[in-house]
Ligand binder design. Structure first.
Ligand code: ATP
Length: 307
């Protein structure tokens, strides 16, 4: 898979904050790429440099549309190939919903007849069909966010960047957008998704970049990151209420709740060998051995600093 977007050594310093330090990654054509990090990590700053809203102090950002050679997003024509949902929400406006969507579609050079047809379909899909003639300011925050989503995709961009798409959406709408993002990917759109919602990222993305304090922490395929991390989480439910006192030095983060125990095994410890010793005198009802979730890896990697 070739890259549609490439960042090489991107650095951005504000007066007294090094917001982004030497960040490099590439987004492959047709993938859903997760861009993660705690609050203040540098995600939005990186995205704004990608969108050409702020210039990086150092580094190179290049796009490669339709197999062309990579170049900066300077040309107006190229900007039309990218969609962007910014983190800051609210398009408070007295303009009507459909007019607003078509205004942005026009700015991005979309065919207006096609855009109007697409807009109707999106509004229907997002449960806003009755709102097309309402003023934007009459919509709730979540509804306005849906309109911003439509604006980001109305010109059928090749690459779309969602900065915290899921924030402010209720669980039903989060599920709806999860499906929509998969559909966009299946239709050939590349998606860069910045988010704190680890469970959603885990379900949607094959590859991620985790940034903390402006710098790379983890980058690559989620499966490989989990394998490299190596820690396994073990959960066991057994018959009876025997109190367990683990005497095995390999076991970490041990907790017990009635007849359920949970612990982690560090990288390199083979669960089979240990469990055969641990389980000798327990009558097991259920057992699960899993790689750490992205949420656990996130906490383990950046949590200490945050605390
Ligand atoms: N315009 C600015 N002027 C000064 N400092 C800024 C500016 N924009 C961002 N920063 C600083 O840069 C750092 C990174 O901010 P950024 O908004 O990129 O983080 P983020 O990862 O998007 O955070 P969040 O998840 O909280 O939105 C922060 O320390 C922030 O205070």
């Amino acid at each position: 898979m070739d890259s549609i977007l490439q960042l090489e050594g991107v650095t951005k310093t504000f007066t007294d904050v090094e917001a982004v330090k030497n960040v490099s990654f590439s987004v492959k054509r047709g993938e859903i790429f997760g861009f993660l990090g705690p609050n203040g990590a540098g995600k939005t700053t990186t995205i704004r440099t990608i969108m050409g809203i702020i210039a990086p102090d150092k580094g190179k950002i290049s796009f490669c549309f339709d197999g062309e050679a990579g170049h900066r997003l300077a040309v107006q024509e190229d900007k039309k190939k990218v969609g962007y949902l910014p983190e800051e929400r609210g398009i408070y406006s007295t303009t009507k919903v459909m007019e607003t969507i078509l205004y942005f579609a026009d700015l991005k050079g979309a065919d207006l007849q096609q855009a109007e047809k697409d807009a109707r379909e999106w509004l229907l899909k997002l449960d806003l069909a009755d709102y097309q003639d309402k003023k934007i300011e009459e919509l709730s925050k979540g509804m306005q966010q849906k309109i911003q989503f439509i604006i980001a995709v109305i010109h059928r961009p090749q690459l779309v960047i969602f900065d915290e798409l899921f924030s402010g959406l209720d669980p039903v709408n989060q599920e709806l957008f999860k499906e929509i993002i998969k559909e966009l990917r299946d239709q050939g759109t590349t998606v860069l998704l910045s988010s704190h919602r680890m469970n959603l990222v885990e379900e949607l993305c094959d590859r991620i970049f985790l940034i903390n304090k402006g710098q790379k922490v983890l980058y690559g395929s989620l499966d490989k990151i989990k394998d490299d991390f190596g820690v396994k989480k073990v959960w066991i439910r057994y018959r009876g209420e025997k109190k367990i006192k683990p005497s095995w030095p390999e076991i970490k983060d041990f907790t017990q709740d009635k007849n359920e125990i949970c612990f982690t095994l560090p990288k390199g410890v083979k669960p089979g060998e240990l469990l055969s010793q641990v389980l000798q005198d327990l009558e097991i009802e259920e057992i699960a051995v899993n790689k750490l979730s992205l949420h656990d890896i996130f906490i383990a990697t950046v949590g200490d600093d945050k605390r």
